[in-house]
Design a protein. Structure first.
Ligand SMILES: Nc1nc2c(ncn2[C@@H]2O[C@H](COP(=O)(O)OP(=O)(O)OP(=O)(O)O)[C@@H](O)[C@H]2O)c(=O)[nH]1
Ligand SMILES: [Zn+2]
Length: 358
């Protein structure tokens, strides 16, 4: 919680916030400046990637707007040290977080989606869009990427049983704050203040129509992005304009909005899933058998927790499904073939194996 000391200042007027430098307003922080020295910064000023086009990387810095050659190792939100003479040689700085996904195809290749997001707002609305399994999937994605998630429940003004949605969302993880609000008006500015200070980088993730653009506009205090209602009347269609993917809100955060991030499959996210389902993961370490499938095995701590009423069986089912999906998406075709071949042998071995404890 931030405290308001303004009423203590002399003359009654709130003390003005120290202005951010142009770089800080773009999201520049000590984490990045610690990676370079002053000479470096003089010779090669930092720039942030604001959009990735097939033709190149759009970047912005203090008094710099440029397009660098395309580079598959760089994505929206990245910081580079701009080399004006050889733009392609601009150096990539270490990231605070990275969302990536496995690219389709035979080879195992990662496709970078967005870098250096600090808070991911997982957005759903208090209506039929609300789905615990989908929230869990987005949370796993955020944790895997090294981003702190916050659950936002929009359209609270239209629901009667908001507390019920809040309870369900709160039960998912004790590491994730939950905020219910009307995405329009000034509620987002007030309620999201702890995560949206100037110079922070945030993103809104969620299905179409839940209010992501509305939230961004509300933070900006104006129409920064066209919302769905407006787009529907647009004969040109919704995705014809090339938009900027990184929005710098005056006096507010940097909002990263890249199409690839809006709907996403989970792959290579085992750690993220473990973070969301920390309760179940902890139970599994107490099962008698290390490879317990939590079905009929004796000494299964997961089954015991369900019987004692400490674990919701639906949550266990969702964990299994998500873990299975993650495994499926994370394997290459060759890996999957090898696993299926090896499966019969594996079953035999498990049947003959001795308990790993007691
Ligand atoms: N009453 C009410 N309407 C909302 C709220 N949030 C969003 N809306 C409306 O829902 C519609 C969709 O909102 P958008 O902000 O365009 O949704 P989006 O998530 O950006 O959708 P995509 O761009 O398709 O991903 C708009 O007509 C908004 O005005 C809310 O909290 N309350
Ligand atoms: Zn078990």
């Amino acid at each position: 919680m931030t405290r308001d000391y303004s009423k203590f200042s002399l003359g009654g007027a709130p003390a003005p916030r120290p202005a951010l430098s142009p770089l800080q307003a773009l999201g520049w922080q000590p984490f990045f400046s610690a990676q370079i020295d002053a000479d470096d910064m003089q010779a090669h000023p930092p720039v942030r990637v604001t959009a990735v086009h097939r033709s190149g990387l759009a970047v912005r810095g203090d008094g710099i707007e440029a397009v660098l050659p395309p580079d598959a190792e760089v994505t929206v939100g990245d910081w580079l040290l701009y080399d004006a003479e050889r733009p392609g040689a601009s150096r990539l700085l270490d990231r605070k977080s990275l969302i990536q996904r496995r690219a389709a195809g035979h080879e195992v290749r990662q496709q970078l989606i967005a870098a250096n997001i600090e808070t991911a707002f997982i957005v759903t609305s208090c209506n039929a869009d609300f789905n615990v399994a989908r929230l869990e999937r987005y949370l796993a994605l955020a944790f895997e990427a090294g981003i702190d998630p916050v659950i936002l429940l929009t359209k609270a003004d239209m629901a009667e049983d908001v507390a019920d949605y809040v309870d369900q969302a709160t039960a998912i993880s004790d590491r994730v704050p939950v905020v219910a609000l009307d995405a329009r008006g000034d509620a987002p500015r007030k309620k999201l203040a702890p995560w949206t200070k100037p110079g922070r980088t945030v993103a809104f993730l969620g299905s179409s129509g839940v209010g992501k653009s509305t939230l961004t506009n509300a933070l900006a205090g104006g129409d920064l992005i066209e919302t769905q209602g407006i787009r529907e009347d647009d004969a040109k269609g919704r995705h014809t304009t090339t938009h900027r993917e990184l929005h710098v809100i005056a006096g507010g955060p940097v909002v990263l909005d890249t199409p690839g991030m809006r709907e996403i499959q989970l792959s290579d996210a085992a750690d993220g899933i473990a973070a969301v389902f920390a309760d179940i993961e902890a139970l599994t370490t107490r099962c008698r058998f290390r490879d317990c499938a939590h079905e009929t095995e004796p000494g299964c701590a997961v089954k015991a927790a369900i019987e004692a009423g400490d674990l919701d069986p639906d949550r266990l089912t969702r964990w299994r499904k998500l873990a299975a999906e993650e495994l499926h998406n994370s394997e290459s075709i060759a890996e999957r073939r090898a696993r299926e071949k090896g499966f019969a042998r594996h079953v035999k071995r498990v049947v003959n194996e001795k308990p790993n404890r007691r």
